[in-house]
Design a binder for this molecule. Sequence first.
Ligand SMILES: [Zn+2]
Length: 159
Amino acid sequence: MSVQLQCPNCGGFKTTDKMIHLDVATQKPITKLGGCGCLSMSFVLLGGLAQMIAPWASASKQNEPIALAILIGAAILLLVFYLAAKRGNNRDRSAAQKKHELYCDLCGYRWQWIEGSPYPNVVVNPDLIAKGEAQLQAQAQARRDAEGAFYLYQQRHKK
Ligand SMILES: [Zn+2]
């Protein structure tokens, strides 16, 4: 999500946004169909199939091209299934409700918002924003200090 949503509690724009796709009918999250998982799964399936027909294929020279054709056919079938599933998954995701689980980095406020529903009323509180900014800066400084200390430690113990 490229647009930063405004915190209703302080009016700041430093928010952590996690978007979940919800099925409109069941309200259950739709996870993205992973490419790598499906690919490795296909290899496992094909490997299993190859092992199953290997004894039969090695029994006679004539069987070899048939076994090869079966494996290639299975691979194509898996690809077709995967593409169909992927298309269905993409369609589900584009039709889904987009729910945002938000966290304000400045004031720590948590809230949820579903795209298309009215956005919560925003109350701008400059004091909270200033406090949050100062806290974030202090955290960043502490991180830099820790990194600097670690660097010095490494330099001293290098030989
Ligand atoms: Zn806030």
